[in-house]
Design a protein around this ligand. Structure first.
Ligand code: MG
Length: 204
């Protein structure tokens, strides 16, 4: 399976990290399956960068094989949603961007993609209305609603499936709203989707 991620997909988040989104096309990057962090296992802060940021995101699970998918039919290709944390080595990212180099090392490292369980879409409100939040040590830092996304999940699927075949079980991280920040040893991250606790784990 693969993890497809969208960067800079909410207004104001690009500003807070000093980057400029491209209006015409989503910003796409991948993480390998070795990036997965499941079952609310703790995130161990690596020692090779100074600042690791949390980014809470809606994550959609692909339910059938597809390529060159038209936006109108994209909704047929996912069936469940969960929450993820796109952990990012921010100081390394800033350096890579400045040097015009790819993002992989700052974004796709081991355990950089925390994911929750998934809820069937049939059990939830319409996709555009999905609300989620992330709290650090009980204090809410990020709130998002899917309708705020610059590129909807259907637009993302239409775009990425031009380049990558989508397979059952692939995951799409859809970008993070404003409010990102660094994690510290001892922090507890909790995230809810439509009021249901989805993530609850520690930083070590
Ligand atoms: Mg992200």
């Amino acid at each position: 399976m693969k993890i497809i991620c969208v960067g800079l997909n909410y207004p104001r988040h690009a500003d807070e990290i000093g980057m400029r989104p491209v209006d015409a096309e989503p910003t796409i990057f991948l993480k390998p399956d070795t990036a997965l962090l499941r079952n609310n296992d703790p995130f161990y802060i690596p020692d090779w960068a100074e600042r690791f940021d949390y980014e809470a995101e809606l994550v959609f699970r692909i339910s059938r094989l597809g390529r060159h998918i038209d936006e109108r039919f994209a909704h047929r290709y996912y069936d469940a949603v969960g929450l993820g944390i796109d952990f990012t080595a921010r100081d390394l990212q800033e350096r890579l961007v400045k040097e015009g180099r790819p993002w992989e090392t700052c974004k796709a490292f081991d355990y950089s993609a925390a994911i929750s369980r998934f809820i069937p879409l049939a059990e939830l409100p319409p996709v555009a209305d999905l609300r989620f939040d992330l709290a650090i040590n009980g204090e809410v830092r990020q709130r998002g609603v899917a309708s705020q996304m610059i590129f909807s999940i259907d637009k993302i699927i239409a775009y990425v499936s031009q380049f990558f075949s989508l397979r059952m079980g692939d995951l799409i991280f859809t970008g993070t709203p404003t409010g990102v920040g660094p994690v510290r040893e001892g922090d507890r991250l909790t995230a809810t989707l439509e009021g249901q606790t989805m993530l609850d784990f520690e930083i070590k």
